[in-house]
Design a protein around this ligand. Structure first.
Ligand code: PMP
Length: 455
């Protein structure tokens, strides 16, 4: 690191912080981007450089970084009641109001809500709920959890076990009993001569064969993101949920829709399960729930699981689980405002209005000889770099193509995320057409620059 950076923010960050999900050689060579504030969908660093954040933070800052209504809701609630829990038969009025609102906007006609601080904890909580429920109903052997390769469900020991990423082997995960089905990404995993419909059928057959092999009486639940996010923005192959849901129903396996990214409008409907036309038994929410203004997650139980969980808890007089900040009043007040902002202040409409421009922008990038595929749903999308378009051969890993693209974007004032060999875009719902054009122009130039170096 150059001497002039010894006392810099970059040097201080590296000396004082243990980084997670960060490529350390990149940080050592380029320095940490230390940010001070945001303006709409832009963030500003300590040197005054502005970046258009094409990932809305970590998929979550959907209303931008300075939404006055959200700041006001937070300030008002901090002044009124700055913190409380939801234990021992006490909770804040905001918590009650948010639970009612979440059930009202959910696809369920009734249900109940449980709060956490994050998406990981919400998935972890849901797994514990299923284990608790099945044991209470006399089926303690129903503990296995079904997820998919490339699915991302979090980082706690349980949610990391659900996540279908090989990097978790460094922790000795997954834990036993967490089973990963194939990733339903037709472009990458479809076989020679196999149609998309045949591919989907193969996914469904694999699911049923797995259930039969493991024994349906040993399976606690199935978790899926409607569109895989951190796996590389992977919408399912066509008809996927229509093929797998009836099989899960046939064997009485609860279906959990992990909507940490897709919830509250990302795919153009309030919920991703609505976009893909299936009704789960429970929904996992976080991120957009508070428009990223407060760390919060929620498990939203549909009517059947809500009734069964309530009965199971009544039988032993309590559900022994909860976090100090579960149902935090400030988080709940912010979430109430965020839901209002997304649903009633034109953000959901803007997602729908911008989607054709977003898709056209991705499709234009995919005309490049080294882009193998564009994919996406609503305002979440990706382009995948390939060495050879015809054979879909990826670039050699040591070329770090997507990291180079992301770095070239950063140099040009655009933040976007490398994931495998894909570059992921997940813009804020408040983006304007001009900002979207700026995003695509900058990414286009970055792709040309990097492909000229490596192709
Ligand atoms: N589920 C999904 C679908 C996610 O995208 C994420 C976070 N990217 C999580 C769970 C975990 O959420 P958190 O990082 O808040 O723990």
């Amino acid at each position: 690191m150059p001497d002039d950076r010894t006392n810099s923010w970059e040097a201080r960050a590296e000396a004082s912080s243990f980084y997670g999900f960060t490529d350390l050689p990149t940080v050592h060579s380029r320095g940490t981007v230390v940010l001070t504030h945001g303006e709409g969908p832009y963030v500003v660093d300590v040197h005054g450089r502005r970046y258009l954040d094409a990932n809305s933070g970590l998929w979550n800052m959907v209303a931008g970084f300075d939404h006055p209504g959200l700041i006001e809701a937070a300030q008002a609630q901090y002044a009124r009641f700055p913190g409380y829990h939801a234990f021992f038969g006490r909770m804040s009025d905001q918590t009650v109001m948010l639970s009612e609102k979440l059930v009202e906007v959910s696809p369920f006609e009734r249900g109940r809500v449980f709060y956490t601080n994050s998406g990981s904890e919400a998935n972890d909580t849901m797994v514990k709920m299923l284990w608790f429920l099945h044991a209470a109903e006399g089926n303690p052997q129903r503990r296995k959890i079904l997820t998919r390769w490339n699915g991302y469900h979090g980082v706690t020991a349980v949610s990391a076990s659900m996540t279908g990423k090989p990097y978790n082997s460094v922790f000795g995960l997954p834990l036993p009993g967490f089973l990963h089905l194939s990733c339903p990404h037709y472009w990458r995993f479809g076989q020679e001569g196999e149609s998309e419909a045949e591919f989907t059928q193969r996914m469904a057959k694999e699911l049923e064969a797995t259930i039969i092999k493991e024994g349906p009486e040993t399976i606690a639940g199935f978790f899926a993101e409607p569109v895989m996010g951190a796996g590389g923005v992977i919408p399912p192959s066509s008809g996927y949920f229509q093929a797998v849901v009836p099989i899960l129903r046939k064997y009485g396996i609860p279906i959990i829709s992990d909507e940490v990214i897709t919830g509250f409008g990302r795919t153009g409907e309030v919920w991703g399960c609505e976009t893909f036309d299936f009704v789960p038994d429970a929904i996992i929410s976080s991120k957009n729930l508070t428009a990223g203004f407060f760390p919060m997650g929620a498990v939203i139980l549909g009517p059947e699981l809500s009734d069964r969980m309530q009965a199971a808890a009544e039988a032993i007089e309590e559900f022994p689980h909860g976090f100090t900040a579960s149902g935090h009043p400030v988080g709940c007040a912010i979430a109430l405002k965020a839901i209002d902002v997304v649903m009633n202040e034109g953000l959901l409409e803007n997602v729908r209005a911008l989607t054709p421009r977003f898709e056209a922008g991705l499709a234009r990038l995919a005309e490049k000889p080294n882009i193998g595929e564009w994919r996406g749903k609503g305002l979440m999308g990706a382009v995948e770099a390939v060495k050879d378009k015809a054979t879909k051969t990826p670039f050699a890993g040591d070329l770090s193509v997507s990291e180079r693209i992301a770095n070239a974007c950063t140099d040009a004032g655009l933040i976007c995320r490398p994931l495998g060999q894909a570059v992921v875009l997940c813009p804020a719902f408040v983006m304007t057409e001009a900002q979207m054009d700026e995003m695509f122009d900058k990414l286009d130039s970055a792709l040309d620059k990097v492909f000229a170096e490596v192709a």
